[in-house]
Design a protein around this ligand. Structure first.
Ligand code: PGA
Length: 258
């Protein structure tokens, strides 16, 4: 069973105080929401402020990145153990903004997924094609490569803790979400690729999310697709009413699918 997952990626927004207020407001709005797992991913500096607000309230804490080593001389970096100590359960890995602005490679993404799994974290691996790659008909090739390289060395038994977010780069922060049908097609490609690495049973337990300009308006169309196990939300996750609408877009009816 794949429980639907709705993740708010707050990116480089919110001071600790703003973050705890935002988390409290989201919690208030989503109180008693059943059948959906809601995860908040504030910046590193706000994790300690948000953790106590949502602890034991049915929401989980995520970090937006981690380093691949357990410890060491890596100025500015944060390890999986540090995140676990702050109460993080999830960590976003390989977001396209990290790949694009910080030069993160598929190999580094793989090391980060491994580090998250080596610790007790649940990685949310982000993959997705650039607009020019889609235009050139390279969607399949790009996504398969990203998934394959990121999953190198991962045992099927770890699949339970893995989620993958399909985030076409051209859809992120542009207001131009993918058509749910196109997202569903990409999700199928991703699931088949995971299956090649981890086998059918393990692949069936991985949640595949859609991300890129998700709003309260378009979320029901994604929730209606059985291939879409949830969403990774950027901009709209900073607006409590929008995030509430996304989390209430009809995911709860999905339990039992898959
Ligand atoms: P967006 O971002 O919802 O603002 O498009 C999604 C993401 O970056 O995960």
């Amino acid at each position: 069973m794949r429980i639907p997952l709705v993740v708010g990626n707050w990116k480089m927004f919110t001071t600790p105080r703003e973050a705890s207020e935002l988390a409290a407001e989201i919690l208030r709005r989503l109180d008693l929401l059943a059948g959906v797992e809601v995860v908040l991913a504030p910046p590193f500096t706000s994790l300690a402020a948000v953790g106590p607000v949502i602890r034991d309230k049915g929401m989980e804490l995520a970090a937006q990145d981690l380093h691949w080593e357990d410890r060491g001389a890596f100025t500015g970096a944060i390890s999986h153990g540090m995140l676990e100590a702050l109460g993080c359960r999830y960590v976003i890995v390989g977001h396209s903004e990290r790949r694009r602005h910080f030069g993160e490679t598929d190999h580094q993404v793989n090391l980060k997924v491994l580090a998250a799994l080596r610790g007790g974290l649940r990685p949310i691996l982000c993959v997705g094609e650039e607009e020019r790659e889609r235009a050139a008909g390279r969607l399949r090739q790009v996504i398969r490569r990203q998934v394959s390289e990121a999953l190198e060395g991962i045992a099927p038994g770890m699949a339970q803790r893995l989620s993958v977010a399909y985030e076409p780069v051209w859809a992120i922060g542009t207001g131009k979400a993918a058509h749910p049908e196109d997202a569903a097609e990409a999700h199928e490609i991703i699931r088949r690729q995971i299956e090649k690495h981890l086998g059918r049973t393990a692949s069936g337990s991985v949640r595949i999310l859609y991300g890129g300009s998700v709003t309260g308006e378009n979320a029901p169309a994604f929730a209606a697709r059985s291939e879409v196990d949830g969403v990774l939300v950027g901009g709209a996750s900073l607006k409590p009413a929008d995030f509430e609408a996304i989390a209430r877009a009809g995911w709860e009816g999905r339990i039992g699918a898959g």
